[in-house]
Design a protein. Sequence first.
Length: 172
Amino acid sequence: YGVLMYVSMIFSAMFIGFSIGSAPVVSYHYGAENHDELKSLLRKSGIVLSCFSIAMFVLSQLLAYPLSQLFVGYDEELLDMTQHAFYIYSYSFLFMGFAIYSSSFFTALNDGLTSALISSLRTLVFQVGAVLLLPAMFALDGIWYSIVVAEVMAVAVSAVFLVAKRKKYRYF
């Protein structure tokens, strides 16, 4: 678990950096009522996040063995378990950036409540709920699936908020 968290922190830092970096631009155009530019930023950010997500997924699949070897190469059984966990956990990178960006996007729109809801649901409610539920159904793999499920659920909630608030903020 520690190995996956180290790698996840590095990969999620890319999403966090992009989200934090684009927030002032979103905020500026929202304040200036440049709704067309706000739409364009959301669309372009979706494309960038999609590319990052796919690249991180592919990288994590390709680097599962070398990274596992680096951290736990001293124990063959632990190495196999960590590599297997990487293969499952890597699917979370396909979704992670969208929830992180959505939270940042709503912060930039001065909607802290929505941002906090997305972030709290993602990191507390969905992850904890999935960690408590999925291992009972999938044994050890349930721990790794729980992160993927939590990210999917966070993206679903983010999509609901983006659609529900589109008229208020006029970003699409």
